[in-house]
Design a protein around this ligand. Structure first.
Ligand SMILES: NC(=O)C1=CN([C@@H]2O[C@H](COP(=O)(O)OP(=O)(O)OC[C@H]3O[C@@H](n4cnc5c(N)ncnc54)[C@H](O)[C@@H]3O)[C@@H](O)[C@H]2O)C=CC1
Length: 485
């Protein structure tokens, strides 16, 4: 019997599902059981061509509609997503293995927030009037044209919407390629957008591995590329986009610091460290995986952290009582287990977890290492799994220097009850998305993105509008033209 997660076809192009079984088959494996639940096929060159040519053809008429008309369609899509939240959350759980307890509140709902927010902004995208004496300049905020979105596997619905919503609000079209690991959810986003009235061709979804992504990025018809992925992929995609002088947004990896001072509220600091390391089984780019704890509070912090981590409920992700799911794939599980072994070998002190869970599926226990030093592999490399490194520190000056000693710069957090210190420290941390007495909040109203190797550009908020549009300026002369001859 066909599994309910099996989509009607692999691709969604020009307002309809499209299949081409000549492409490489991509199995969809449910991470909680290891069973294959669906198959899609990578886009063939003919599918890539259909996706690009229909998106290119549809864009001009879309950009000519008023922002209010475009926004109405996006807001209708947001309403449909909210009505279908349960069904979409179940699918997100099949796609990623993340527990339903999380997907019910963080995926389709976050996607709907983006559609609603950018739908609301679409009618307000105006230019400026710049007086020049008798003359004047006016500016027009114009669409970029055809945009490509490429997604990672940890938030397939959210990424499809965080890229699609601002692109469409600004009058662009989009071809979106989800990660080959989680190909299911973006198809639903496309289906819902079209049900809400989006004209055909404006949001196409095609499947495939890196080669399909590369074919999209290098196509001369494409004006902008927005990637969520790892730093090595980001470097390749950024270089390919630069060769065609295309706009980019790069949302890449991190190894973010979370700094806990002696005067912090211990329960809140432990809560922040849990949210910043174990949500989505640690598969979150902004995670605060280097937890710097001031020496005075260290043992108290570790004791409560171990107790509360012991309360994680591992189990069937479709059961709402489960609070901790598996790694997305067997491969990702093995990568994470490899890092845990490195941590043990290099002398970190294991506080809890530290192995594969004794159950079916790709579960790794939530793991905490203490006495981690800056040079250890687990403190330097992005693990993308539930492995928290706790490092000790003495002074504010010391911890700021150590927190910044990384190629990454996505996020950073500070827990302290001294608010002048909180702002002083955050002001010196090299990171794009920061938190004071909190961790990992990502509302659509706030800009999200990194500095240094963690990325270029920002998603969400009014900032995203700047990255999906460009400004035309028009000088208007009222008098005669003076010329030298
Ligand atoms: N900053 C952010 O917003 C986020 C960043 N990430 C990062 O994503 C990574 C995990 O996701 P993965 O899917 O493993 O990343 P990945 O870098 O392996 O793949 C990302 C996407 O790029 C595509 N791709 C690969 N090579 C390509 C090429 N040459 N040209 C065009 N496209 C290509 C893949 O098919 C996939 O769709 C982590 O490093 C994580 O930190 C994940 C979520 C959010």
């Amino acid at each position: 019997m066909t599994h309910p997660a099996q989509p009607k076809a692999s691709h969604f192009i020009n307002g309809a599902y499209v299949e081409d079984t000549a492409g490489t088959p991509i199995p969809v494996i449910y991470a909680a059981t290891g069973e294959q639940i669906a198959t899609v096929y990578a886009a063939t060159p003919a599918i890539v061509e259909q996706a690009l040519s229909t998106a290119k053809a549809a864009q001009k008429a879309w950009a000519k509609m008023t922002g209010t008309e475009r926004g109405r369609i996006l807001r209708r899509a947001a309403d449909i997503m909210r009505e279908r939240n349960h069904e979409l959350s179940v699918l997100e759980t099949y796609d990623t293995g993340k527990p339903l307890q999380e997907t019910l509140v963080a995926d389709a709902t976050s996607g709907a927030d983006a559609l609603e927010y950018f739908g609301g902004l679409a009618g307000s995208l105006t230019g400026e009037h710049i007086p020049m004496g008798e003359d004047w300049v006016y500016t027009v905020r114009e669409a970029l044209g055809l945009c490509v979105g490429i997604g990672a596997w940890n938030y397939p619905t959210q990424i499809a919407c965080w890229k699609g919503a601002p692109a469409l609000a600004c009058g662009n079209s989009m071809v979106f390629k989800p990660s080959e690991t989680t190909p299911l959810c973006a198809l639903k986003v496309a289906e819902i957008l079209h049900e809400a009235g989006l004209p055909a061709g404006l949001y196409n979804v095609i499947q495939g591995m890196g080669e399909v992504g590369a074919a999209l990025v290098t196509d001369p018809r494409v004006d902008k590329v927005s990637l969520t992925g790892s730093v090595p992929t980001g470097k390749k995609v950024y270089a390919a986009a630069a060769a065609g002088m295309k706009h980019v947004t790069m949302e890449l990896g991190g190894k973010s610091p979370l700094i806990i001072f002696d005067d912090a509220d211990v329960e809140n600091a432990v809560g922040g460290a849990i949210n910043g390391n174990f949500y989505s089984s640690g598969q979150v780019c902004s995670n605060g995986t280097r937890v710097f704890v001031q020496k005075g509070i260290k043992e108290k912090f570790l004791a409560r952290l171990a107790e509360r981590t012991g309360a994680a409920v591992l189990g069937d992700p479709q059961d709402e009582a489960t609070s901790f799911g598996p790694m997305v794939t067997e491969n990702q599980m093995n990568i994470v287990l490899g890092y845990i072994e490195k941590g043990k070998e290099e002398g970190a002190r294991l506080i809890c977890g530290g192995k594969r869970a004794d159950m079916p599926g790709f579960f790794v226990e939530p793991t905490v290492f203490a006495d981690v030093t800056d040079d250890m592999t687990i403190a330097r490399e992005e693990i993308f799994g539930p492995v928290m490194s706790v490092l000790d520190f003495d002074t504010e000056e010391e911890v700021i220097a150590r927190a910044n000693d990384t190629e990454f710069g996505l996020s950073a957090g500070v827990f302290t009850n001294d608010f002048s210190r909180a702002h002083r420290v955050i002001g010196q941390l090299e990171a794009g998305s920061c938190f004071i007495n909190s961790y990992n909040d990502a509302p659509v109203e706030a800009p999200f993105g990194g500095v240094k190797a963690s990325g270029v550009g920002r998603e969400n908020s009014k900032e995203a509008i700047k990255h999906f549009s460009q400004v035309k300026s028009v000088y208007v002369r009222m008098g005669d033209v003076e010329a030298a001859f």
